[in-house]
Design a protein around this ligand. Structure first.
Ligand SMILES: [Zn+2]
Length: 282
């Protein structure tokens, strides 16, 4: 396992960017969207950036080994890690769970070192994967930049900072083989809007019944592909989530431009991002 991470670190030259490299970059004014408006940028798969005012949140956006799933390009990964526009001043990084199509520990570690203003919000299981990277290189350890949700399964925990409020919902990952994987749902209040990102949560009553989301008046729910294809998922959505808008995420690579039409039969207004770095304003 150790040699695996060493190979990862060595095979990505951009991981070697030091904090000094970052400081040498000229300070440029950041073009921020005005508060009250929410910009959503699609990174890849379940990865998005939410921006409002000076708050810039990345969710499940930093990974490279996603097999059949949509993956950010090397250029995008490099820009995120460096904090280069449009990823300058990312205030928060949210990671739903440790799977390789949502998260990569060496990349996220390097991101935190290069972006000392940024806070990572995730769970214990994801942090335990980060700890393996720190064993290889203690200098990557940034405990002050990590908020680990400690609520039990089906519990929740609130984090607040300035204009941002994030309620982490502890949920069970979908699929029998991932029964013990904890996936965090994020209820995010930003730019006067309520956003729900459900990670890879299973569509079960136990995963959603306890959070009272149906009374939250959720503006946008980011929901994975299988959730909407399955009648049980649609029942959960319509019973417990009741969002104003649905953004489709986690669409298999070869089906993105084709099969989401099946979901449009049920939800004609579903929002689909077809291209990486595509931005929509809400
Ligand atoms: Zn997963």
């Amino acid at each position: 396992m150790k040699s695996y991470f060493l190979i990862l670190l060595l095979s990505f030259p951009f991981l070697q960017l030091s904090a000094q490299d970052m400081q040498r970059e000229e300070a440029r004014p950041l073009a921020s969207p005005p508060a009250g408006r929410l910009d959503v940028t699609y990174i890849a798969n379940s990865g998005f950036m939410l921006s409002s005012g000076t708050t810039h949140v990345l969710i499940d956006a930093l990974y490279f080994d996603a097999d059949i799933w949509e993956t950010p390009s090397r250029k995008i990964l490099k820009d995120i890690i460096k904090g280069a526009p449009p990823f300058k001043n990312i205030s928060h990084m949210l990671v739903s769970h440790y799977h390789a199509d949502h998260f990569d520990a060496p990349l996220v570690s390097r991101f935190l070192v290069n972006n000392p203003q940024s806070m990572l919000i995730t769970n214990q299981q994801t942090d335990s994967v980060l700890q393996r990277v720190y064993k290889m290189d203690q200098q990557l350890n940034r405990p002050d930049q990590i908020k680990i949700t400690s609520a039990p399964m089906f519990g929740s925990e609130i984090y607040e900072s300035g204009q941002l409020k994030v309620t982490s919902l502890v949920q069970r990952h979908m699929g029998k083989e991932d029964y013990n994987v904890e996936s965090l749902g994020f209820l995010i209040e930003i730019g006067g809007k309520k956003i729900l990102h459900i990670g890879d949560a299973d569509y079960t009553d136990e995963n959603f019944a306890g959070f009272n989301l149906q009374n939250e008046h959720i503006d946008i729910a980011f929901v994975h592909y299988w959730f909407l294809l399955d009648c049980e998922g649609r029942r959960i959505l319509e019973t417990y989530i009741k969002p104003d808008k649905i953004v489709l995420m986690h669409v298999p690579f070869d089906e993105l431009r084709r099969n989401y039409q099946r979901i449009k039969e049920y939800y004609p207004d579903v929002v689909v991002f077809l291209n990486h770095m595509e931005k929509k304003i809400f």
